[in-house]
Each structure stands twice: as C-alpha cells, then as structure tokens.
Design a protein around this ligand. Structure first.
Ligand SMILES: *Cc1c(COP(=O)(O)O)cnc(C)c1O
Length: 226
C-alpha cells in the first residue's frame, strides 16, 4: 500500500486527483479507507458482488466506478449508487442500464469500451460497432433517456512492447477526438479512460484524462482479477 508521500507523487504525475480511479478490487475495506483518508474519492471495482458488499461499509461520498465486464442481469444491483460504468460494450447492456437508472430516478454516466488491444481476450467494441451504438442511441432517445455517454474506455495489450501500447492508446484517442467534436449528446463527451499501473504514463502522454490504477496504489493482488 502506498504511503502519503508516494500517493502525492503519483497525483503530481496525474495533475488532477479527479482523473485517478483507485482500483480496489480484491482489497479490504481498511485499505480503501486509508486512501480515502488521503483524499481519494474515486474507486473502481470490477465484481458486482464485491462492490455491493463494500459500498455500504464505506463513506457515502465515494464515487464508485464499475470497470469490469458487466452482465445485464446484474445492473440492478449497482444502479442505485454507481457513479460511472466504464465497460459498456453493447446496446442491450446500455438499454438495461438506462432502465435500471430510471427505476432509481437517476441518470447514469457510462463509457463505451473500445477493443484496442491485439489480444483476443479483451472485451470491447470495434470501430464500426462503436459507430452503430452511438447512432442507435442518438436515434432512440426514449430507450436511453437515463444514460449519458460520457466518453470511451480501453485497455492496451498486456505487453512490455511500449511502441505497441502507445499505438493502441493513440488509436483510441483519435476515436475519442472524432466523437468529442461531433458532440451528439446533451452531456459532454469528455472522458477518456485509459491507462493502468503498468502503462498509465504512456496513456497520459497519449491523451488519457482518466487512469485506473490498482496495484501501484494498493500493492499486488493476491489472486488474479480481470
Ligand atoms: C484491474 C484493472 C485495472 C487496474 O489494474 P492494475 O494493473 O492493478 O493497475 C484497471 N482497469 C481494469 C479494467 C481492471 O480490471
């Protein structure tokens, strides 16, 4: 777990604490609270059940980000409180989020996940699918009334080939810029979520304005969480 000096060091690299999502998956409540006490308010989880268990035990002003792969049938469990859903990768999921948000009298901010890695295993939309999702949302106002598409999210290949990672991030930035200019929605399309512990510096160079950092803050996880 980082100490205060190390935490401030990381923050100074980011420039803005609001661009840091501290990824606390698999980590205990005490660790989250320790970072909260240093001023961190944005935390990211990627298991619905784990998030559901942690949220009531922690201060209500924490902004919870859901960064994992979200199944439609689980949206209802996080809809009452989730702040931003990063990994939206289908129209049907987006529709369900809007439905559950409406039941809670909320509008939920979402990012569309784009597949940028050369690996097969990562989730996300390709460029055409992204275009098609955005068009559907634009053309069917009522089904998506309770979601705001605030930007894009992506994960680079898990590799030490920095040139490849750089290329993947820059391709996502280009897509982001394309849609940010068009500004099809009433809420600003202004969030570009890319970069993790191992590649956030490259992500920032390539234009990220939201990084999701876990192990660098909390230490290595004891079991793999994807
Ligand atoms: C686990 C996870 C992270 C954080 O990973 P670290 O390498 O520990 O920083 C970021 N984004 C997503 C989607 C994750 O699942």
């Amino acid at each position: 777990m980082v100490n205060e000096t190390q935490f401030k060091q990381i923050l100074s690299e980011l420039g803005n604490i609001d661009s840091l999502v501290a990824v606390s998956k698999t980590k205990p409540i005490e660790d989250i609270r320790a970072l909260y006490d240093l001023g961190q308010r944005d935390f990211g989880e990627n298991y619905v059940q784990e998030l559901q268990e942690k949220q009531p035990q922690l201060p209500p002003d924490i902004r919870w980000h859901f960064i994992g792969h979200l199944q439609s049938n689980k949206v209802k469990y996080i809809a009452p409180f989730v702040h931003l859903i990063h990994g939206v990768d289908s129209l049907s999921l987006l529709k369900e989020i809007s439905k559950q948000a409406s039941k809670n009298n909320r509008v939920i901010d979402c990012l569309l996940q784009v597949h940028i890695a050369s690996e097969e295993t990562k989730f996300g939309l390709n460029e055409e699918e992204l275009q098609s999702v955005l068009e559907s949302v634009k053309n069917d106002g009522t089904a998506f009334q309770n979601v705001n598409i605030r930007g894009l999210m992506g994960m680079a290949s898990f590799t030490d080939n920095e040139a490849l990672v750089k290329k993947e991030f820059s391709s996502l930035k280009a897509l982001f810029d394309k849609y940010a200019q068009v500004s099809i929605f009433n809420s600003p399309f202004s969030i570009l979520s890319m970069g993790m512990s191992g590649d956030y510096k490259i992500a920032l160079e390539e234009g990220s304005n939201m990084v999701r950092i876990g192990s660098l803050l909390f230490g290595e996880r004891n079991y793999p969480a994807t």
